[in-house]
Design a protein around this ligand. Structure first.
Ligand SMILES: Cc1cc2nc3c(=O)[nH]c(=O)nc-3n(C[C@H](O)[C@H](O)[C@H](O)COP(=O)(O)OP(=O)(O)OC[C@H]3O[C@@H](n4cnc5c(N)ncnc54)[C@H](O)[C@@H]3O)c2cc1C
Length: 410
């Protein structure tokens, strides 16, 4: 049986696993990252129709991964955020000059392109081995290492195993770690939309009674069309109805949601639907193992923060690993894992709670709740420290920031 060894073995080469591998590889660590899907399937346009709002903090993580420069031209900056309660006139308005020192709040990029650039980036890194597709037969942990045995007989092992294998994480199941979870009974319909007028780098979130409807500014298409992506939250039972509409009827629904502000709109990518859940793992670690990203937490996309939270997992875990490697310390030791668990748990619980409350407060028709939230929007808009707090959260700069986020280096 052939054995392959590394400093870190990552199970799951999705957006989080690929970024984690590259940040560690850039810092000189030996990494093996495995996935059951080959890159060619993950780049298929039916695999993931979403875009990601990459926060200011996450772009620093992608810089540390060595991937940002290549993806920058396909990422549209968000310079202005407007939040509206349905079609009510009250706006919560964040502008880059007033609320973010002239920096973008974040950037919008298609997940398909994000994956493409992350795959390409790994090819540069001599210390990273990317194996996909693979089939895992079993997990193991021993005194000095943890790892997996593949169906083809190869044994992969490292002092630290990272489970970045998504919401139904086989790593989490192997560790026997339980979860807290509930369904929002909502689905998010996503697609890219072309429109007549320029979006002027404004991201808009309308809170409708079924859930939020977000319009996110994208780069122009190859033929020069103005484009935005949408995240349209609907009741679970309504989702199939909208997806079955003819293209013309679907566009008519979109036009109603967009209003006339951006002129005529029509979808330019296949609408896809994602069920929305909250999931939180009861522990983030096991013997020589750390869980990260959606293997550890899934949150409502209302604030576009799921992958951004995962990017902070990556920044923290990388800091712990690289510091210990420099000092010749065991990177899979309980002390290292405890530091990771404690550091990430608070930030994640705060964001999970914040998005959960926001969704409950706004996906609601009750008049008393509507009055309170309109008052709330008005108050936040008028009080600079409160506004500053929310702007910093959107940029991923709240809480105890890891070195990559603070200083732009590992
Ligand atoms: C509608 C919607 C909009 C969103 N918008 C945003 C946004 O704007 N900003 C943001 O920050 N976040 C956003 N998110 C969240 C974000 O999309 C997710 O957090 C992210 O895609 C999850 O990435 P991941 O790498 O954790 O998991 P995944 O993408 O699920 O990757 C897990 C990987 O593990 C692999 N795997 C699984 N099992 C095995 C196995 N047995 N062996 C080997 N490999 C395995 C899978 O093949 C996969 O490649 C949004 C989510 C939704 C639903």
């Amino acid at each position: 049986m052939k054995t392959m060894q590394a400093d870190v073995l990552i199970i799951g080469g999705g957006l989080a696993g690929l970024t984690q591998a590259a940040v560690l590889g850039e810092a000189g660590a030996e990494v093996i990252v495995v996935d059951r899907e080959p890159p060619v399937s993950q780049l298929n346009e039916n695999y993931d129709g979403r875009t990601t709002a990459i926060s200011f903090a996450s772009h620093r993580v992608l810089q540390a991964a060595g991937a940002w420069d290549a993806m920058r031209k396909d990422s549209e900056p968000i310079l202005d955020i407007r939040v509206a309660d349905g079609n009510a006139p009250l706006f919560l308005h964040f502008a880059t000059d007033e609320d973010a020192n002239g920096e973008p709040f974040g950037w919008i990029i298609e997940n398909r392109l994000l994956r493409h650039f992350l795959f390409e980036n790994l090819k540069r890194l001599d210390t990273v081995r990317h194996l996909a597709p693979v089939e895992i037969k079993e997990f193991f942990s021993e005194a000095g290492s943890a790892g997996v045995v593949l169906k083809d007989g190869r044994r992969l092992e490292a002092p630290l195993l990272i489970g970045a294998d998504g919401r139904v994480s086989p790593t989490r199941k192997w560790l026997g770690i339980g979860i807290h979870e509930w369904s929002y009974k909502q689905n998010a319909i996503v697609c890219n939309v072309a429109h007549r007028h320029d979006h002027e780098n404004v991201a808009v979130e309308h809170f409708m009674s079924a859930g939020p409807f977000a319009v996110l500014p994208m780069t122009r298409s190859e033929t020069g069309e103005y484009r935005s992506s949408i995240v349209w939250t609907v009741e679970e039972k309504q989702s199939a109805h909208f997806l079955k509409l003819s293209p013309e009827k679907f566009d008519a629904e979109l036009q109603k949601l967009f209003g006339e502000h951006l002129g005529d709109v029509h979808h330019v990518s296949k609408p896809m639907s994602y069920p929305l859940r909250l999931m939180h793992a009861k522990k983030y670690t096991g013997p020589r193992t750390a869980l990260m990203a959606e293997a550890a937490h899934v949150i409502h996309p209302i604030a576009g923060q799921g992958l951004n939270l995962s990017m902070r997992d990556i920044a923290v875990l990388s800091e712990i690993i690289v510091d210990r490697l420099k000092l010749g310390l065991d990177i899979g030791a309980p002390a290292a894992l405890q530091t990771y668990d404690r550091w990430r748990r608070t930030d994640t619980l705060l964001m999970a709670g914040f998005t959960d409350v926001l969704n409950r407060l706004f996906s609601n028709n009750l008049v008393s709740v509507a009055v309170m939230r309109d008052l709330g929007i008005g108050i936040v808009d008028k009080i600079p420290p409160l506004k500053g707090f929310f702007a910093r959260q959107a940029m991923g700069l709240g809480g105890k920031a890891p070195r990559i986020v603070r200083e732009g280096r590992l």
